[in-house]
Design a protein around this ligand. Structure first.
Ligand code: GLN
Length: 492
């Protein structure tokens, strides 16, 4: 059977694999061909694990023949460059880690290996996941496969481009302030930021440890759900994971909503629409209209909508850009030129350190280290860091009270579609505003998904470029996100 990657997803590829229509080796070879053809223009992959991928594909084919498989056995995936795979390089898009080779598997990788997945390569990203366009990588910009003049979003832009250029069937990204959802929205894909602590951070190169979470990217909600179900769960190697989830992931026993029968305690689920969406400056009209259409679409399939107020969310960007640099500056202190990656010789120990970090870190990373150490310094700690923590608590409370009235909350994922390469990269504040709709879920630790909101039946996007709808749920209620996403997209 001819393999048509454009029209395959994890679910359908799995069916073909178990029916024997094609093997994982054939599927993997086809993905490698696409990478060979397109990666030079798109730069989604920093490195391709050709030999290793084919070996894993062969193993997967054996397992499938023996009837010992999962839905991910033999499925080719792309992995963001900040997630460790034993024996492979992991650079987090940074010169400072250019030649660092991982000595162990991240927990998510171990789980995906156990499930039989195939890793095609590591994908480009903004350095240390700081950015919204993948222009901050030390290894060149990644282009959006839907329009090569535009960014794919970031920081997981390599992963989303890898899926959007039909070179793999799914990918892993990481989301600290929006880095799975925003690029998924720019590339017309589904991307999930899981509940903080539902997926282990062991083996993820840290950015902001109280925000970071690894999340799946795919063409459909079901694909994202399959990857999420494989990687989630408590982990002794990450004490912030939710331990109860080790045995049974505590999904509330709600009646699943099937199209019109969206019943919850005998009522349709209520979708909250925050009033601040209409007050956001810089929102483009096309995105605004599309969001209003999405509300109508949800109502048409049987959901109730209701306006909610999240009074402190307007401070989310400010709180995030104080707290995140603080955590990042602490996390990045370990890159001292002695233990990992790059080393530059100076006059003495301190000079080695200064030289290594001065050369090894890019501009945005240095900016955040300076910002972070400033807000943590004596005299400013209370005025900035503690204040931002207080705001974070208020935002968490805003969501808690809103979720007393509604089941989920929707917003656009971004204020517009993918912007041009070079358009925002020299204006950090404009770049930070990319996160306006996404950071709140990270501050509150709750799950959120981005789904394409202007996709037409024929797979193209109304108006040309994709836009995303973000759905946010209470802690551990990813199942509700999947249900609404599937109904919205008309997925079975
Ligand atoms: N754009 C945000 C930042 O630059 C989010 C990054 C992320 O989620 N990793 O911090």
């Amino acid at each position: 059977m001819k393999i048509d990657l454009k029209n395959l997803n994890i679910k359908t590829a799995h069916q073909h694999l178990i029916k024997g229509d094609f093997s994982s080796e054939e599927l993997t070879k086809e993905c490698l061909n696409v990478i060979k053809e397109k990666n030079k223009d798109i730069n989604a992959y920093l490195e391709v694990f050709e030999k290793n991928a084919l070996e894993r594909a062969n193993d997967a084919d054996k397992k499938i023949k023996e009837g010992k498989y999962t839905e991910l056995t033999g499925i080719p995936l792309a992995i963001k460059d900040n997630i460790l795979i034993k024996g492979q390089k992991a650079s987090a898009g940074s010169k400072i880690l250019e030649n660092y080779t991982a000595t162990y598997d991240a927990t998510v990788i171990k789980k995906l290996k156990d499930a039989g997945a195939v890793f095609l390569g590591r994908t480009n990203m903004d350095e240390f996941a700081m950015g919204s366009s993948t222009e901050n990588s030390a290894f060149g910009v990644t282009r959006n496969p839907l329009d090569l003049e535009r960014v794919p979003g970031g920081s997981s832009g390599g992963s989303t481009s890898a899926v959007a250029m039909n070179s793999c069937l799914g990918a892993l990204g990481s989301d600290t302030g929006g880095s799975v959802r925003q690029p998924s929205s720019f590339c017309g894909l589904v991307g999930l930021k899981p509940t903080y602590g539902s997926v282990s951070r062991n083996g993820l190169i840290a950015l902001g440890s109280s925000f970071d979470v690894i999340g799946p990217i795919g063409k459909t909600t079901s694909d994202v759900e399959i990857i999420f179900n494989t990687i989630k769960g408590g982990d002794d190697l990450d004490s912030t994971t939710i331990q109860e989830s080790k045995k049974v992931y505590p999904v509330k026993s709600r009646e699943a909503g099937i199209s019109l029968g969206v019943k919850l305690f005998n009522r349709a689920r209520i979708i909250g629409v925050p009033s601040f969406v209409n007050e956001i400056g810089g929102m483009d009209n096309f995105a605004k209209n599309n969001f209003n259409e999405s509300i109508k679409r949800l109502e048409a399939i049987g959901y109730q909508t209701k306006e909610v107020s999240l009074p402190n969310v307007k401070y989310a960007i400010s709180a995030y850009y104080v707290t995140l640099p603080a955590e990042a500056s602490a996390n990045l202190a370990r890159f001292d030129g002695v233990r990992y990656g790059l080393h530059k010789d100076g006059e003495n120990g301190i000079d080695d350190y200064l030289k290594t970090r001065g050369v090894g870190f890019g501009k945005e990373v240095r900016r955040r280290i300076i910002l972070g150490t400033y807000v943590l310094s004596a005299g400013y700690y209370d005025a900035y860091y503690n204040k931002a923590q207080d705001v974070r608590d208020l935002i968490r409370e805003d969501f808690k009270s809103a979720f007393k009235e509604v089941d989920v909350i929707i917003t656009p994922t971004t204020t517009g579609s993918a912007f041009k390469i070079g358009e925002k990269v020299n204006d950090p504040v404009r770049m930070y505003l990319e996160d306006i709709f996404t950071v709140s879920a990270n501050l509150a630790g709750i799950p959120a998904i981005s789904i394409p909101s202007n996709k037409k039946e024929d797979g193209s996007f109304d108006g040309g470029l994709p836009l995303g709808l973000q759905i946010i749920a209470p802690q551990m209620e990813e199942d509700v996100l999947f249900e609404i996403a599937k109904n919205f997209l008309g997925e079975k």
